[in-house]
Design a protein around this ligand. Sequence first.
Ligand SMILES: Nc1ncnc2c1ncn2[C@@H]1O[C@H](COP(=O)(O)OP(=O)(O)OP(=O)(O)O)[C@@H](O)[C@H]1O
Length: 564
Amino acid sequence: MSEPTAKTLPSDAAAQTLRPDDPGPAAPGKDPRIGDLLKGTYTIERLLGAGGMGSVYLAQHALIRKKVAIKILAPEYAHKPELKERFLREARAAAAIDHDGVIEIHDFGETAGGAAFFVMEYLEGEDLAAVIRREAPLPWPRVRDIALQLCRALQAAHARGIVHRDMKPGNCFRLDRDGRDVIKILDFGIAKLQNPDEGVGQALTRTGMIFGTPEYMSPEQAQGERHDHRVDIYAVGVILFELLTGKPPFIADTFMGLLNKHMFDAPPRPRDVAPQADIPAAAEAVVLKALQKDPDLRFQTMDELAVALKGVDAGLAPELVPETLKAKPARGAPMQFRGADRPSRPTLPETTAPAFPAPFAPPPRRRWNLALVAGLAGAVLAAGALVLFTKSEPSDSAERTGPKEHAPVASSPDLLPLPPPAPVPTPPAPPPAPDLIAPAFSTVTVRIDTAGVAAEVLDEHGALLGHTADPHGLLLPRGEAERVLRLRAEGRAETRLKLVPSENRTVAVALEPLHPGKPTAKKGSKKPETRAEPPPPPAAEPAPKPKAEPKPTTSPDLISPFKK
Ligand SMILES: Nc1ncnc2c1ncn2[C@@H]1O[C@H](COP(=O)(O)OP(=O)(O)OP(=O)(O)O)[C@@H](O)[C@H]1O
């Protein structure tokens, strides 16, 4: 089978997702839909762009004059029920997530000609691919804020059993809100819904079918194997890599070449790719952990990734488990991933230098196996795989210098000298259920109203969880056990807040001034009462006098590479 090559792509092709029967670019000339009135309500004004399944138009709500974006299924698909269903699934998936970080869906219907459409919020901005082209490498604080928004939105999707499966910069829209990046995730066209009644879902998840965009495709997805929400974690790792360095970790001239690299090659270190970019060592470790080949060795949830991103500024780096990558195998044989237990961490002398002073050392041999026992082309043939992507790599890829081949490693012994941190429970990742159903990780949003006083929110161990000023609130793993949050603000006594994160809630907490004589609260503002919805109301109490600051630990995987 001859491989499709990048030469077959349009010269300006950004990373695009291909689906079966892609209609290709829209015909030139005036678009006959301009001026149409859909559902007697939406007047189509102009074409915003065309994608794999249809075209997106700017339209105006006739009554309230609000701008909206309408995606209309390409006419050639109108009478293909499976494609129509898939198209509407995109709308349903995004609507089901109902999160600020995900495109909002307002309405849906059919044109007079029978083409399905759905109406979404109109986003005035640009996608992250444009930001990367123009500005990358981006500075770490900006990357962190963008990535945290992606984590929140995807955690909300995963909590509802929805896996995006096509995360890429082109599907992340950036809005500029007073100079701040606000990110919305688009295009749930190949998302997997948890509901098995979604018949198309089954068709979309047969073993051997490959979906997504090669640059951002996890090894297990590239392999056409069953996969779960952790493919989104891998893809966010690729996006982070690109934001930080300006380049994706893997570049190849052919699609198969790209997939091969995702499956068999260790990613280069971001700081080698962009030495000028001042990437924190701990940020590099976060990216590499997200890019581990074995999904069991990645962050297991978007929340876990978010915790690691927040830990970077505190000098915390995640543990990277060495991966021994097998040589590219001969074609034809069956292919599978096999993860193994994490190796126990050796305890090294305390005198070890700070993390990442030297390149990653070769991994200990055969600590675990990543057994990939066949060439992709052979395996794809053997599995009868239907490859549902084909256009992706910009045609300039051949001119770009690919990253150097690196030793197949993903670990630094310098990260290992600390004694194992106290175990802190992280949400367990259920094993992938049959047919790729995402485990329902559950989180709650807690908003803490401190009457305008900006405070940091720390966990019991002193790890930063967020800020009370964050309009999104704090995302905590849902649970019935009481948590203690520490609120810290300048000029205020540290206050402990006890709550059970069993449901979304807003809590009002008065942060007492350190010097009670000096009024710092706004004049006339009443001392807020602790306000919590049942069950058990949280209790706020002044913290005991701070003792020696405990070593921040946020997850068993986060250990400080830096000596304090
Ligand atoms: N809600 C929206 N507001 C503004 N522009 C949008 C909106 N949704 C999509 N677009 C723009 O419309 C164009 C087509 O989007 P669409 O999702 O159909 O395809 P795509 O993501 O470019 O391609 P593919 O889905 O094949 O990867 C893109 O340029 C996208 O940025």
